[in-house]
Design a protein around this ligand. Structure first.
Ligand code: ADE
Length: 232
């Protein structure tokens, strides 16, 4: 079974368009949607925004459904000059940019104390397979890189330059790092697909509102190709 986590209902709706044999199960506070996508068993769940909700949801998904892998699918802010709205970013690493235990000697900003890691690696086979599958999607620019997660909607050039200088990375959003963290702790394979809805700058809010649906669709198209490829 493939576990699929998204934070926003706009993201979920695009995935449900190609989900069949839908059943829902409530494991409070989350509603899990089981079904098939191109014949492959999937469990799809709306986690809500932010690191806490997404971490709790990921742990519940793992304990209740034991997925073989988890994909986080949705939108993000682009943080690199050559990344435009509508592009897709496949993560190779995730970072929690607002994790800060640096007052402790030897600790760096972003370093997850219990793991001694700043960058959590996504499962390489998933990143590689997503890259192969992305060739099937026309008219989309694709990037592979670090996705930065924090409990903040980024809407200033100053903040995004700070993030970029400190951690590098291609996109910022609010769940991938915590989903990756929980998967890493549970030894569950995971991958991240994000399509760019805004540039994390002063126009990020109106752009997000304008492009969230279209960018969610693009992310779900790559998910669909991945699942088709898993079945073949
Ligand atoms: N998700 C989409 N755009 C974002 C932004 N600018 N900051 C954080 N999360 C986002």
């Amino acid at each position: 079974m493939i576990g699929i986590i998204c934070a926003l209902k706009e993201e979920l709706e695009e995935i449900l368009i190609f989900t069949e044999n839908i059943k829902t199960e409530n494991h409070y506070p989350f509603k899990f949607i089981t079904g098939t996508i191109f014949g492959v068993n999937c469990c799809i769940v709306l986690c809500g925004v932010g690191k806490v909700s997404s971490a709790a949801c990921t742990q519940a998904l793992i304990l209740k459904y034991h997925p073989d892998l988890i994909l986080n699918v949705g939108v993000a802010g682009g943080i690199d000059k050559n990344i435009s709205i509508g592009d897709i970013v496949i993560a190779d690493f995730v970072v929690q940019h607002d994790f800060d235990a640096s007052p402790f000697p030897g600790r760096k900003r972003g370093e997850i104390s219990d793991l001694n890691l700043i960058k959590i690696p996504c499962s390489k086979w998933i990143t590689d397979k997503l890259l192969v599958c992305s060739q099937k999607i026309t008219d989309v620019n694709l990037h592979v890189g670090t996705v930065l997660t924090g409990d903040q909607f980024i809407n200033s050039k100053k903040k995004l330059y700070e993030l970029k200088n400190e951690f590098g990375g291609k996109a910022c959003e609010m769940e991938a790092g915590s989903i990756g963290h929980v998967c890493y702790l549970n030894k569950t394979d995971f991958g991240i697909i994000r399509s760019i809805s805004d540039n994390a700058d002063e126009n990020s809010l109106p752009n997000f509102e304008k492009f969230v649906k279209n960018s969610s669709k693009k992310a779900s198209l790559l998910l669909a190709e991945f699942i088709k490829f898993s079945r073949d």
